[in-house]
Design a binder for this molecule. Structure first.
Ligand code: CP
Length: 314
């Protein structure tokens, strides 16, 4: 099946076959990243603009590196140094970037739906790097890519996502990808942050940490998204940690070969103790590394590349 999408906006809209295609393309690029010469000429002559109107470390740097590894020219613009601080709208900002002959925009924005909006008003591809509490599709892709590297087929595998689900775009993208891949997903946290209506997405909801962690082969921790919460959803961080923080005794409830994941940034000592974040079961930094190959795949495909042609890009 040929790849036909110009934009990457959500994982909700992707089929399992499309997720498989992105993962296969990322695996091919990961091999190239392991060579002495890591750069390929696939996007030579293209200009990619990373428009990050919310803070980022991992996603922005990984998109920068991915574009450079593909030989594209890349320009990054953040909110604080852009004319959005003078009142310029997202529409005007994006249309000016297009007028400057950019070939693709990667957008991070606090408003859910903003990448979809740009995809409708621009003539160039748009890639979502996180929109409000809606989706973070490349994070969901790199997380499931990392899970597949460790577990293989995810069908029937118990994956527990623990923390602030309600305000997490990472959770939503992972839920859409994992349910398509056949994983048995359990969401866990306080009922204020993990409401029962999430079961409509084909997952289990639990407020009991022990049963949620029991025999899970993957546990993904999420931080409390203070920047998107308008009211207190639990009494204090200390109480959250005492009820739902992952520590060594609680990690013993997991499957003996379980992997521990976190999209970052980590609030050490809140959602996870440092000895687990840095321990042998942690794949947190592997997730970061895989973010480059996955974003290379997304950029390559959105520019019209085909999964099977990666082998001939250099
Ligand atoms: N995981 C993630 O989106 O991290 P950043 O906010 O640092 O990009």
């Amino acid at each position: 099946m040929p790849w036909t999408r110009r934009h990457l906006l959500t994982l909700e809209e992707l089929s399992l076959a499309e997720i498989d295609q992105i993962h296969a393309t990322a695996a091919a690029f990961k091999k190239i990243l392991g060579r002495n010469v890591k750069k390929v000429p696939a996007l030579r002559g293209k200009t990619i603009v990373n428009l990050f109107l919310e803070p980022s470390t991992r996603t922005r740097m990984a998109f920068d590196m991915a574009a450079k590894r593909l030989s594209a020219d890349v320009i990054s613009l953040d909110g604080a140094s852009s004319s959005t601080t003078k009142g310029e709208t997202l529409r005007d900002t994006a249309q000016n970037i297009q007028a400057l002959n950019a070939d693709l925009i990667v957008l991070r924005h606090a408003a859910s739906g903003s990448p979809l909006y740009l995809s409708r008003i621009l003539d160039i591809p748009v890639v979502n790097a996180g929109d409000g509490a809606h989706e973070h599709p490349t994070q969901g892709l790199l997380d499931t890519f990392t899970m597949r590297e460790h577990l293989g087929d995810l069908r029937g595998r118990k994956v527990t996502i623990l923390g602030d689900i309600l305000f997490s775009r990472v959770a939503r993208s992972n839920i859409h990808a994992l349910t398509k891949m056949g994983a048995a997903v359990t969401l866990c946290g306080p009922s204020t942050l993990v409401p029962d209506w999430f079961t409509d997405l084909g997952v289990k909801v639990s407020h009991d940490l022990k049963s949620a962690l029991a025999d899970a082969e993957v546990v993904m921790l999420l931080r409390i998204q203070h920047e998107r919460q308008s009211a207190g959803h639990f009494p204090s961080l200390g109480e959250y940690t005492s009820m739902f923080g992952l520590n060594k005794p609680r990690a013993s409830w997991l499957h003996p070969k379980a992997i521990i994941m976190h999209p970052g940034p980590i609030n050490r000592g809140v959602e996870i103790d440092s000895d687990l974040a840095d321990g042998e079961r942690s794949v947190i930094l592997e997730q970061v590394t895989n973010g480059i190959a996955v974003r290379m795949a997304v950029l390559y495909l959105c520019f019209g590349g085909q999964p099977e042609s990666v082998a001939v890009v250099d």
